[in-house]
Design a protein around this ligand. Structure first.
Ligand code: CP
Length: 330
């Protein structure tokens, strides 16, 4: 594993290893000695966080994941303060970052830029890994990893993500988190996906083709109430209104694609509610206290999963596993 640009590089054994490593890291980090051990692992390394599209949790969890492993971070979050305003090309900017750091984590409003950065790195002598932290409407591979980890943990006494019926609701057309999660779900056995969206925001054909190609069953509906009792998990997403051309999000009757008290009553007692966050009105605040709500744990899981991913990229995962028994009973 070097660049993390798409979900295509992951297979089931790698996903299982990453989930296991995530739990080991979070457990080691609980003790002062364990946290110190982790911070020394990559203390000579530096990372660039290049986020030209807004982010709260991906930025903060990547930043803190780096710090957990001792990596020092620099950031550019606004292209207006980089030399791109003087006309420097995207490629020259990325190459410049790579002169100073050992890892580039990047989020862009357009698809394809992380792939361009990775291709550039593969063509120069000082090649550093690129991690895609969200590329337009297309991909969000590290979010999908933390979503998998959250599913696996939520169902750890019920067979994990295998065999589960998972609803994905909201703006599926422009939601990169659901697009990436669908791709990873292909590595789990007997999964059924239920897409719940307004007609104009259905899952795009490329993902449906991908699922058919991997023999993953899916169905589509715009009737949440009808499918809710069948779901083991519901992954709720917001309207991605930042991609609106003519305020099309505002035409959606969100009440039909939201979770509130009435929906909680119709869900399985064992079901889990997930959301990549930030949320809009699609999950009522009163849902936060329901034990089935996993979204706050899910965002915290992101920091630990991203630490596991970075540790794997820098090949210190075996060191962490070997040291686990010194700090924990895991
Ligand atoms: N889930 C997610 O990507 O959140 P941010 O946009 O806050 O990073």
């Amino acid at each position: 594993m070097f660049h993390i640009v798409t979900t295509d590089i992951f297979n089931r054994s790698l996903l299982d290893e990453l989930c296991q490593l995530t739990t080991v890291i979070r457990t080691i980090a609980k003790s002062r000695e364990g946290a110190r051990f982790l911070q020394e692992l990559l203390s000579t390394r530096r990372a660039m966080l290049y986020f030209t599209q807004p982010s709260t949790r991906t930025f903060l969890s990547m930043n803190n994941a780096c710090h957990i492993l001792g990596i020092r971070t620099s950031e550019i979050r606004d292209p207006e303060v980089s030399s791109e305003v003087k006309g420097e090309s995207f490629e020259d900017s990325i190459r410049t970052f790579s002169s100073y750091v050992d890892l580039i984590v990047m989020r862009t409003p357009q698809p394809g830029y992380a792939a361009r950065a990775a291709a550039l790195m593969d063509s120069i002598p000082r090649r550093v890994p690129v991690i895609n932290a969200g590329s337009g409407k297309d991909q969000h591979p590290t979010q999908a990893l933390l979503d998998i980890y959250t599913l696996e943990r939520s169902f750890e006494n019920a067979g994990g993500a295998d065999g589960k019926t998972i609803g994905m609701m909201g703006d599926l057309k422009r939601g990169r988190t659901v697009r990436s999660l669908c791709r990873l779900m292909c590595h789990y056995r007997d999964v059924q996906l239920v897409f719940i969206s307004p007609p104009a925001f259905e899952m795009e054909p490329d993902i449906k083709d991908y699922l058919r190609g991997h023999r993953i069953e899916y169905s589509e509906t715009n009737n949440l109430q009808h499918v809710l009792p069948e779901l083991d998990a519901i992954y709720v997403t917001r309207m991605q209104s930042e991609y609106d051309i003519e305020s099309e999000s505002s035409s959606v009757d969100l009440a039909r694609f939201s979770i509130a008290a009435d929906e909680l009553k119709r869900m399985k007692s064992s079901a889990v509610i997930m959301h990549p966050l930030p949320r809009g009105p699609e999950i009522h605040r009163s849902v936060d206290t329901d034990p089935r709500s996993m979204y706050w744990r899910q965002e915290r899981n992101g920091m630990w999963m991203r630490a596991a991913l970075i540790a794997t990229v820098f090949r210190v995962s075996d060191q962490i596993r070997d040291a686990a028994s010194r700090f924990t009973a895991c």
